[in-house]
Ligand binder design. Structure first.
Ligand SMILES: [Zn+2]
Length: 485
């Protein structure tokens, strides 16, 4: 029982049942032709009438004065309600369910939310449960998928190749019409033709892909394995359908095998958005942190939403209100500023606390290493010479063994020193590298994009504007204690 069924009830009534008034007149033997025009209000009143579950209700209206014919309706709290006074027509369970559904339907109509809202917000709703169990959810699979016997989506090997190719071409910056002509040249049957061919129909494919269809496919998040519902809201009173804003869609990730990766999908969306906004030359690099911002809760990339004040949103749990990142968003320019500020502060701290070795000291180590390596090689050569002298009987066994032991001892010392100098050299190099990075980050010459690319691997966003930065250079991770210094 759901809203759709209630709507159907109303229609069924409308579809040919005499109204209650007509019913009474027919019962009384009057010859009337019933119009069967049920009022929505009347149906609603019946659906909320507890008398159908066997309850006796009285005192709904009272006379204004004794003898007066005008009556006033009383508040529900003043009614006389006595349960189980007559045979119920419907069970209490169904009645309760209908009340709940009516309430959510009325609520959803008031706030113009999709009809699916009630199951979207209700984790225990059967439709949602069915979805999460991976049960059958689609009638006709989208191009790229086929349906298994159990009704689950499976990747169609041939069609999915074409889908993948389409996203790859879009990633390279090709427009939908350019992709369409590529597909014509390559001889890929259109989705409709492919369907007909796979059903064994004998047709000659034109391979003329609709540009609009390609554009729509490129925006279809279902190719990442996500299930999408609630794109269209149908008003049962007017029968009109309207498209819902993307943030009101129900998107449940990882419901079926993906054809393309989430990263590729996000990248293509960025390119499409740029093209739409006329920023042709600003392919994926349009905003500072592109490709680096992930949701700290669910781990997916946040999607760029170019509204008047652009934001990054987590769409991936939009079907799950109990998730901590449900409808989480962060304002792009605020995030940019926060990240650049953090980089600046960390660079300043690193520059003031890192003891930058002098070039001379580093040079000394390098020289020492060269000399020690030479010395090591000399000792190895000498050891070989001793052996040759011993086997050609130029020296006695005792002399050979003593000299060899001496050689080995010296070699051990050389190696130990070598390790020490190499470690010193490395730490100096890394200190110099960090100092150089910090200086670059604080200089005016490097662009913010270069600085971010140089230092930051990714940024995790958590609710309430909490951030976690994963640095490319681990030294840039500074504990709060160090910041206090
Ligand atoms: Zn998330």
């Amino acid at each position: 029982m759901n809203e759709y069924v209630i709507a159907k009830y109303i229609r069924l009534f409308q579809a040919g049942y005499p109204t209650p008034r007509e019913h009474i007149e027919l019962l009384r033997g009057k010859e009337i032709k019933p119009e069967c025009l049920w009022e929505n209000r009347a149906v609603l009143r019946m659906l909320t009438n507890e008398q159908y579950i066997g309850t006796y209700i009285s005192g709904k209206q009272v006379s204004k004065a004794v003898g007066s014919s005008s009556k006033i309706l009383t508040d529900k709290s003043e009614w006389i309600v006595m349960p189980d006074k007559h045979t119920p027509i419907i069970s209490k369970e169904i009645f309760e369910r209908v009340q709940y559904l009516l309430e959510t339907r009325l609520k959803s109509k008031r706030s113009i939310k999709p009809v699916g809202t009630s199951w979207k917000e209700n984790n225990k709703h059967p439709k949602r449960e069915r979805l999460l169990n991976g049960d059958k959810v689609v009638a006709i699979p989208i191009y790229g998928y086929s349906k298994s016997e159990s009704g689950k989506l499976e990747v169609d090997p041939n069609a999915s190749d074409v889908v993948r190719k389409m996203f790859e071409l879009a990633k390279q910056g090709l427009s939908s019409s350019e992709i369409s002509s590529k597909f014509l040249k390559a001889g890929y049957p259109t989705p409709r033709e492919y369907l007909n061919l796979s059903r064994g129909r004998d047709i000659e494919p034109t391979c003329k892909w609709s540009v609009k269809f390609i554009a729509e496919m490129l925006k279809n998040i279902q190719y990442t394995g996500a299930y999408v519902s609630g794109k269209i809201l149908k008003d049962y009173d007017t029968g009109k359908s309207s498209h819902m804003a993307k943030e009101d869609w129900v998107i449940i990730p990882d419901m079926h095998p993906p054809i393309i990766s989430k990263e590729l999908y996000e990248e293509v969306q960025g390119i499409i958005t740029n093209k739409r906004l006329g920023r042709r030359n600003m392919t994926p690099r349009d905003y500072l942190l592109r490709g680096k911002v992930k949701c700290g809760i669910c781990g997916y990339s946040l999607s760029y939403d170019p509204v008047s004040i652009p934001v990054l949103r987590c769409y991936h749990t939009s079907g799950n209100p109990s998730s901590n990142c449900y409808k989480m968003k962060v304002v792009v320019h605020e995030l940019d500023k926060a990240i650049l500020d953090i980089i600046k502060v960390h660079s300043q701290i690193l520059l003031s606390t890192t003891e930058i070795p002098s070039l001379k000291k580093a040079g000394n180590d390098a020289q020492q290493i060269i000399e020690l390596e030479q010395r090591g090689q000399e000792l190895i050569d000498k050891r070989r010479e001793l052996y040759e002298q011993y086997i050609s009987a130029e020296i006695e066994r005792d002399v050979y063994l003593a000299s060899k032991a001496d050689c080995n001892a010296q070699l051990e010392k050389v190696n130990a020193q070598l390790v020490m100098h190499r470690v010193a050299e490395q730490s100096q190099q890394s200190k110099q590298k960090i100092a150089k990075l910090a200086k670059t980050a604080l200089s005016d010459t490097a662009s913010p994009k270069d600085i971010v690319d140089m230092l930051i691997d990714k940024i995790l966003v958590f609710p309430n504007d909490n951030l976690e930065i994963v640095w490319k250079v681990k030294e840039f991770w500074i504990t709060e204690q160090e910041k206090m210094k």
